[in-house]
Design a protein around this ligand. Structure first.
Ligand SMILES: [Zn+2]
Length: 422
């Protein structure tokens, strides 16, 4: 059964509560985590602007008792969360670039892709993923509605600047023929009507064509307390069980799945028409390791309690430093930092500024919901504050040595999963 009341916020200019499961339509939704009200993560006001009113939206998670999907309890109009000046390009972090190269090698090898095959990437951003397929001599086409698609086109990755749906799928098939491989990395959790997206994918796939999706994975999210990845862009937090349910509704079968390191713990899933590919043992292994039903409900309750404790511990650690007169900065301003900063209640009295690497479009603006300025990281090395909180803590292993090598002498702190001085 498809959901009868899809929460459609697009065009509303506001938000719409999720009243039934976005995948299976069930109304048996349990509240599992409440982070309170949050600003949109890309709502960044220029430093020094006169303060004005800004929207904040409820931010809470629901667990579907029928299909296991964990989902946001509110859909916000994409116009608000993906403004045209959306300051994000996927080519920027090493972990993501390496992962996309790996996705190309693995999928092209497994499926035996060659020059006659076409790969379509949905939400193709600046074309980073597709550039790997293009270099391997495979035909590519990106679909990216925002202006970032222009960057891809200028790099020679043909990109349609459109919102993906069944219409676009029919056009692609008519113009380029059926598609061997469709990819959707880190956008499959973002789009409002997920069934319309899967309908479109099925429409353009070859009979034995494959859909590969990468999404942030619920299990490591719970295990390493990544509540900071909960924000309005992310409507759904998939487990393999919930993806299996979703694909099953479209007669697609998951035939391979594996965890990958992107974003602090993601899942790569291969699906195709039922029976067209033999199902690998990875699927059974991953499914059996996931809690279900009552076990999942208990796991989520523990997560919610641990999130509260982590907030109190971080505040207590920063409080002690402040008592001693320490000056504290922040390192990097990814979207997830907005959730952490606002949930924990960090402000410009506690965090003097947050640093971004030169070239970041966030420099010169304030952290969402606060007046904490985002500045060029050069300031950190001149200023030498006593400590710095790494908001991109999931890549702290990559960042910390770089910061030390560039001359930062202060104490580095990672806020999650447990507040820790490095
Ligand atoms: Zn459901």
């Amino acid at each position: 059964m498809r959901p009868t009341k899809v929460a459609r916020a697009a065009g509303s200019g506001a938000s719409v509560p999720v009243e039934c499961c976005q995948v299976c339509g069930s109304e048996r939704l349990d509240d599992v985590l409440d982070l309170g009200y949050m600003p949109p993560v890309n709502q960044m006001v220029p430093i020094g602007d006169v303060p004005r009113q800004q929207p904040w939206f409820p931010t809470h998670l629901l667990h579907c008792r029928d299909c296991e999907l964990v989902q946001l309890g509110l859909a916000v109009d994409p116009v608000i969360i993906f403004p045209p000046e959306y300051p994000y390009t996927s080519g920027t972090t090493r972990v993501l670039r390496d992962n996309f190269a790996d996705l190309q090698r693995e999928s092209a090898g497994m499926l035996g892709l060659g020059p006659d095959d076409l790969v379509v990437d949905i939400g193709s951003n600046d074309g980073t993923l597709l550039s790997n397929f293009k270099s391997a001599g495979i035909r590519v086409l990106g679909i990216e509605p925002t202006d970032v698609g222009d960057i891809a086109n200028s790099r020679g990755i043909p990109t349609l600047k459109r919102y993906f749906g069944i219409e676009v799928a029919r056009e692609v098939k008519a113009e380029h023929g059926p598609v061997s491989l469709v990819t959707a990395a880190n956008c499959f959790a973002h789009m409002e009507d997920v069934h319309a997206i899967v309908d479109g994918i099925v429409e353009m796939l070859k009979d034995d064509g494959v859909f590969v999706t990468e999404s942030h994975y619920l299990i490591p999210l719970l295990d390493t307390l990544q509540y900071d990845t909960v924000y309005h862009e992310h409507l759904r937090y998939y487990s393999l069980a919930s993806l299996k349910h979703l694909f099953g509704m479209h007669d697609l079968e998951i035939f391979h799945a594996r965890p990958i390191p992107s974003h602090g713990g993601s899942i790569r899933v291969y699906a195709a028409r039922h029976g067209s590919h033999s199902v690998q043992d990875s699927v059974r292994r991953m499914l059996s390791a996931e809690p279900r039903g009552e076990n999942m409900a208990r796991r989520l309750a523990k997560f919610s309690h641990d999130v509260l404790l982590s907030k109190l511990r971080l505040l207590s650690m920063l409080g002690e430093l402040k008592e001693k007169g320490a000056r504290i900065a922040g390192i990097s301003a990814p979207s997830r930092a907005s959730t952490l900063v606002n949930y924990v209640g960090l402000d410009s009295a506690l965090i003097d500024y947050v640093c971004e690497i030169p070239g970041s479009l966030k420099i010169g603006k304030c952290m969402p919901g606060t007046t904490i300025p985002v500045v060029d990281e050069a300031r950190l090395f001149e200023d030498q504050p006593d400590c710095a909180v790494i908001f991109s803590w999931h890549i702290a292993d990559e960042l910390a040595p770089k910061l030390k090598a560039k001359g930062f002498r202060g104490q580095l702190i990672t806020p999650l999963p447990v507040p820790r001085m490095l």
